[in-house]
Design a protein around this ligand. Structure first.
Ligand SMILES: [Zn+2]
Length: 325
């Protein structure tokens, strides 16, 4: 994303992609180890104590509330850590306690929504920690790997048929594309640059909805893009919603698909009310009309393309909200 000025937090997230991959490898390595050495190692994560499991049932709502608090505290801990620091022992202890809560949660009936939200939150907090700290302890990674897999399995049982773990949807109740993803000529900078998302027609103050379950990793002002919200989803997916009149969520909080994130507007460099919507995989912006559309499937609303095909000559088809998006 050298395409725009990045807020410091986002820059941190994006600069750390290599670290994330390394951690993913470490985690998949852990899975492989378990597979090769048989079921005796599946108990590698420190098991919750018997009395802890028995003492309290953890409902989806309770766990989500605890994870929100954990996400917020973990963010504060990351902010005070120096690059290359190991995870503080207090944070490791919190992770232990979170894993115990997840076990208790899994020990009872749970809705697909709760399972999906818990999984997205765990993954998002873990991804941020992996980026922030030097190598995380292997038992922690293995424990979380096992819990994430258990949540995946539970989701498949809890959700009938077609819903996928990520459960994506379009961020507006009508989808009318007024500007496509792709290269276009920047009328102010006088050069070709990537329009890293799609523009969707929106009414003033129309609720902008979360495209999937995830965690708010950014909610605030970005030069050019105005008020925007950024969600971290599972599998290294991220969505971004720009030019909002106002945001309705706080950084570090979890959301479900369809939750209102903000109200559509024209803040930043925009000549009219619209939603600039980005879909990012592994740090790289992708065309929402291709990859994201596949995740959504064929469910409503129907996508209406109002934009002409791009790739016009220099100076033509000047994008209305440059240089923001
Ligand atoms: Zn745009």
């Amino acid at each position: 994303m050298p395409l725009r000025s990045l807020p410091p937090f986002l820059a941190l997230v994006l600069c750390a992609c290599a670290t994330t991959q390394r951690a993913s490898l470490a985690r998949s390595g852990a899975s492989r180890l378990r597979d090769e050495e048989g079921p005796s190692l599946t108990a590698a994560p420190p098991p919750p104590t018997v009395e802890a499991v028995a003492s309290e049932a953890v409902t989806g709502e309770t766990l989500r509330r605890r994870l929100v608090r954990f996400a917020s505290d973990a963010q504060a801990a990351r902010a005070s850590a120096l690059p290359g620091d190991a995870m503080p022992s207090a944070e490791l202890a919190r992770w232990e306690s979170v894993q115990t809560d997840v076990e208790r949660f899994l020990a009872q009936e749970a809705s697909a929504d709760d399972v999906s939200a818990v999984r997205a939150l765990l993954q998002a907090i873990l991804d941020l920690d992996v980026r922030a700290y030097r190598d995380l302890p292997e038992p922690l990674l293995q424990g979380l790997e096992a819990r994430l897999a258990a949540l995946d399995a539970r989701f498949l049982v809890a959700s009938p048929g077609t819903v996928r773990p990520a459960g994506f949807r379009w961020p507006l109740s009508t989808v009318r594309v007024t500007s496509r993803f792709g290269k276009r000529f920047h009328p102010i900078q006088r050069r070709w640059k990537l329009h890293a998302g799609v523009d969707l027609a929106a009414d003033p103050n129309e609720p902008v909805l979360a495209a999937g379950a995830g965690m708010v990793v950014r909610a605030g002002w970005t030069a050019g893009y105005g008020y925007e919200v950024e969600l971290q989803h599972v599998d290294g997916l991220l969505t971004r919603y720009s030019h909002l009149t106002s945001t309705l969520v706080l950084e570090g909080t979890p959301v479900q698909a369809g939750d209102a994130l903000g109200l559509a507007g024209r803040t930043g460099t925009a000549t009219g009310v619209h939603l600039h919507f980005e879909f990012v995989r592994a740090g790289v912006p992708r065309d929402p009309l291709k990859e994201f559309k596949k995740l959504v499937g064929t469910s409503s609303p129907k996508v209406v393309i109002l934009a002409p095909q791009r790739r016009t000559k220099k100076g033509k088809d000047a994008h209305p909200e440059e240089p923001g998006a």
